[in-house]
Write a protein that binds this ligand. Structure first.
Ligand code: CMX
Length: 398
């Protein structure tokens, strides 16, 4: 376990969600289809509002429509960015990866931290959770503005697109700031921001946020650290990598390859020592329900899209190939295998940006948990490590 990425070690307390290897994620005991059914929707919409999911993650209860509306208003009213963050973002070269910009802006936002102010002012430790909660609400409120500023700067010549409307929900405002006015894209964003929010505590972005927070670094610094982990290709960056891989595939074999051509391309990826992005998981042992619900969204809204058809064909071919390698523990697709296809369909073609959307969503889960960590008074995290020599002695190896 020590040499194998600590798989299976039960070592963390994480209240908002638990991941079952067969069934996938449950948010406070509720599956994704249950959340889609139970959580409040926007007027005329079918997908859950992420505000409602946040309420569920942090309190354990399904909110009413009025409670969700109150969160939407709260976040819209807290969304303004301080000047130094806007100026810094506007001065960064376009060549800097969107995730690097995202993490830098979040780090800089710690100038606003209520937790830092309270700690410096000598707050009693039993009250840590209160300023941690204020920072959480402020940070989540500001993330769409940060993310959209990065998007407009890098891809749209820095021209802004609308401002935050306090009568609208968080995803509507985010879509508007990004410059998208198709109501179906906004619905997709509501679903996307709901399902990427949390995946229990051991994944890299969640565990990092938790670890850094345990040193009483404020929620901004803790979450920025988590985002640097999300930016790795084996974690959140995989949604970008999937699209890059698909582009290479289309260049090589076109839009309608035969199953044999696909198989050969997949084997070539594996033989060149690379992973098939969007497939496999450290905990899951079945198709990720986050993949399935995005597939259902595609079947409903874009059943004839060429790229969706290709992704569906890949879904049939990759698992048996990965199984044939004899070493991949989970040959099934994860969330990242499907998200990019949907974004492409609605015109968001800039694949390098996709992980930022993942990051905005991930804030809901990891920050809900951070508030609980401070409320429970969890101590600084400090597991024990051993050298190989000591480990050999411990197990009596010669
Ligand atoms: N393609 C090729 N090889 C894969 C593979 C894939 N999709 N998934 C696992 N393997 C390989 C591993 O690299 C490992 O190989 P070595 O023994 O040569 O090192 C072997 O199979 C065993 O790995 P595992 O126990 O099945 O998987 P891990 O728990 O070590 O890793 C993960 C999990 C996700 C990193 C891995 O499946 C992977 O690299 N997938 C592709 C990247 C990806 O989609 N990541 C996103 C995950 C979801 C998310 O966090 O957003």
């Amino acid at each position: 376990m020590m040499y194998g990425g600590m798989r299976g070690i039960k070592a963390l307390i994480w209240e908002p969600s638990v991941l079952d290897p067969e069934e996938g994620i449950r948010f406070r005991g509720k599956s994704i289809p249950e959340c889609q059914k139970l959580l409040p929707k926007a007027k005329g919409g079918e997908e859950p509002l992420p505000e409602g999911l946040f309420w569920l993650l942090i309190t354990g209860d399904i909110p009413t429509e009025a409670q969700v509306k109150a969160i939407s208003q709260e976040w819209a009213s807290r969304s303004a960015l301080p000047d130094h963050v806007v100026k810094t973002l506007n001065s960064l070269p376009k060549s800097i990866h969107p995730m690097t910009q995202f993490s830098a802006a979040i780090t800089l936002l710690n100038s606003e931290s209520e937790f830092v102010k309270a700690y410096t002012g000598g707050i009693h430790k039993s009250k840590y959770w209160e300023p941690a909660y204020e920072d959480t609400m402020n940070l989540i409120a500001k993330l769409p503005v940060v993310a959209a500023t990065i998007y407009r700067n890098i891809y749209k010549g820095g021209k802004g697109a609308g401002s935050v409307d306090t009568s609208k929900d968080w995803s509507w405002n985010f879509a508007n700031l990004l410059g998208y006015d198709n109501p179906q894209f906004t619905e997709l964003l509501r679903l996307y921001l709901t399902i990427h929010s949390d995946h229990e505590g051991g994944n890299v972005s969640a565990h990092t946020t938790h670890l850094v927070g345990s040193a009483l670094s404020d929620p901004y610094l803790s979450f920025a650290a988590g985002m640097n982990g999300l930016a790795g290709p084996l974690h959140g960056l995989a949604n970008q990598e999937v699209l890059i891989w698909l582009e290479k595939l289309r260049e090589k074999v076109g839009d309608s390859p035969s199953d044999e051509q696909l198989k050969e391309f997949i084997w070539n990826t594996l033989k060149s020592g690379q992973v098939v992005p969007g497939y496999g998981h450290a905990v899951l042992r079945k198709t990720d329900p986050r993949y399935t619900c995005q597939r259902e969204f595609a079947l409903k809204h874009l059943p004839d899209d060429k790229l969706f058809k290709l992704v569906s064909q890949i879904y049939k071919i990759v698992p048996p190939v990965l199984t044939e390698t004899g070493k991949v523990k989970n040959p099934w697709p994860n969330v990242d295998a499907h998200s990019g296809v949907l974004l492409q369909y609605y015109g968001m073609k800039e694949m390098n940006y996709y992980t930022v959307l993942f990051g905005v969503s991930r804030a809901l889960g990891v920050l809900a948990s951070l508030v609980w960590s401070r409320a429970l008074g969890l101590p600084i995290e400090r597991p024990k490590s051993l050298s190989t020599d000591l480990l050999k002695k411990l197990v009596g190896a010669k």
